[in-house]
Design a protein around this ligand. Structure first.
Ligand code: ZN
Length: 128
C-alpha cells in the first residue's frame, strides 16, 4: 500500500486542521495520501469518539486519501514507549511514504508535542 505522503495526527481532526490544504493540493497533482490518527480523540469536549470515527472516515473519503487508520492510543496520555513506536513503524513500513507530515514538536496541546518525537523517531527506525 505505497503512498507518496503519510499524514499523522494525534487526534482525528489534527490532519484536517493542520495540513488538509497541502494534502488536497498534492492529491490534485496526482499524489497518493494516507492518513494515520494515533487516538480516537475520546477526551474531546465536543462530540464522542464514535462521532469522530464517522467524521474522520467521511473526511478521508471526501479528501481522496487511500486509507485512514487509527492506532487507538490513549487520548491525553500519549507516551513515548516501545509499544507506541512499533505501532507507528509498522504503518510507515506498510505504506512506505516519501513524505511524512507530523504534529509540531512544540505545541499547546501536550499530546501533540509528545507525539512529534515519537513520529519523527518512528520515521528513522522504519528505515532499518
Ligand atoms: Zn490534536
Amino acid at each position: 500500500m505505497k503512498v507518496d505522503i503519510l499524514a499523522i495526527g494525534v487526534h482525528p481532526d489534527d490532519v484536517e486542521l493542520s495540513c488538509s490544504g497541502t494534502l488536497l493540493r498534492h492529491i490534485d497533482q496526482g499524489k497518493t495520501v494516507g492518513l494515520l490518527d494515533l487516538t480516537r480523540g475520546e477526551l474531546g469536549s465536543r462530540g464522542s469518539a464514535e462521532l469522530r470515527d464517522v467524521e474522520a472516515a467521511n473526511s478521508a473519503l471526501k479528501m481522496g486519501s487511500i486509507f485512514r487508520k487509527n492506532l487507538c492510543m490513549a487520548d491525553g496520555f500519549i507516551q513515548y514507549s516501545q509499544e507506541n513506536l512499533l505501532k507507528i513503524i509498522e504503518i510507515i513500513r506498510w505504506c512506505q511514504p516519501e513524505i511524512v507530515l507530523c504534529n509540531a514538536p512544540d505545541d499547546r496541546h501536550p499530546d501533540h508535542g509528545r507525539s512529534s518525537k515519537l513520529e519523527a523517531d518512528a520515521c528513522f527506525y522504519a528505515g532499518f
